[in-house]
Design a protein around this ligand. Structure first.
Ligand SMILES: O=C(O)CCC(=O)C(=O)O
Ligand SMILES: [Fe+2]
Length: 319
């Protein structure tokens, strides 16, 4: 596979990005979830290096075969706070790192969150949590199944951004990404047909009103037959019948064939197009010593207006 999913900032571009993020960190009230701070962030995102802005614009137009863009050599903090250890951890303070992911995300589209997930914070922490090792969530450390983010949700993110602040101790935690644009050619015609029918249901997590919550049946592939969007979570999506189950098995094998593992380093930002690309994570061994793996995460919508009815006061949080 080619490496055209990687974009590396030059040293000058890294410095410029750092200067913008540092200036944004000074904007009162220095809180990510504050409307005026985010307004400033949106405006200042225009000051990011031009080559980066062009690449983000091109990615938004067409996420290419991989459906992911890995931006490398973003500024990273020389002296970083200890990795948070608690569940549902979020970054409310407008640190330079929070500013960096918010700036890039704002160039792509609208940074959004869900009231029922991580208390609606726009910049969230992805960190391992003691006692949750086995959980299929970003607090776990066993292999995390390939998934579309919030696959159950009609207004799931269009893009997910993950910025590495600190890698895991052994450098073995790999972000796995698998694009349906690469996998679809490996699927027999009849399998694609079954995957395109409303024969699958995705569990609604308890925080969003599940498991009692009604999950309507949906197709796994939709849109163009040869270049479809994908909606599946291999932990939470269940086939309704035997043929649908077989189709999911074939899909999974095809996705495994095209999966890439990305070992994020500090200053690496992975942007995943959540319409065409699934993500997951390999296992790793946390130590809970303040030096564990730490990512910031944002969700991005490309069309803010579409979710207006779910957003109070035309804010960023969907409920
Ligand atoms: O830990 C990772 O690399 C990805 C976790 C994940 O799926 C997420 O935070 O949405
Ligand atoms: Fe995820």
């Amino acid at each position: 596979m080619t490496e055209d999913h990687v974009f590396t900032l030059t040293e000058a571009e890294r410095e410029r990005t750092g200067a913008v993020a540092d200036a944004l960190a000074e904007v009162e009230p220095r809180l990510v979830d504050d409307r005026s701070w985010l307004d400033a962030c949106r405006g200042m995102s225009e000051e990011l290096p031009e080559r980066l802005r062009r690449r983000l614009r091109a990615f938004r137009h067409d996420p290419r075969a991989d459906g992911m863009l890995l931006v490398r050599n973003l500024p990273s903090a020389p002296a970083l706070a200890p990795t948070p250890t608690v569940q549902e951890s979020v970054e409310r303070a407008a640190t330079p790192a929070a500013g960096t992911i918010a700036l890039v995300s704002s160039q792509l589209g609208e940074v959004i969150a869900y009231r029922d997930e991580k208390s609606g914070a726009l910049v969230q922490n992805v960190v391992p949590v003691a006692g949750r090792e086995e959980q299929q969530s970003n607090a776990g450390s066993v292999p995390l199944e390939l998934h579309v983010e919030n696959a159950f949700h009609p207004y799931r993110p269009d893009m997910v951004a993950l910025l590495c602040l600190r890698p895991d101790h052994d450098g073995g935690a790999g972000l796995r990404v698998a694009s349906i644009r690469r996998a679809v050619a490996l699927l027999p015609h009849d399998v694609r047909k079954v995957l395109g029918e409303e024969r699958f249901r995705t569990e609604v997590p308890p925080s969003f009103g599940g498991p009692g919550g009604q999950a309507p049946p949906h197709p796994v592939l939709y849109g163009d037959f040869d270049d479809p969007d994908v909606r599946v979570d291999f932990h939470a999506t269940h086939p309704e019948d035997e043929q649908a189950a077989e189709a999911m098995t074939v899909l999974r094998a095809a996705l495994d064939t095209v999966t890439r593992a990305v070992y994020l380093r500090p200053g690496d930002l992975a942007i995943v197009d959540n319409r065409v690309t699934l993500h997951g994570r390999t296992h790793f061994t946390p130590r809970y010593d303040g030096e564990d793996r730490w990512l910031h995460r944002t969700f991005i919508h490309l069309d803010h207006r579409r979710s207006r009815a779910l957003r109070a006061d035309n804010g960023q949080v969907l409920s």
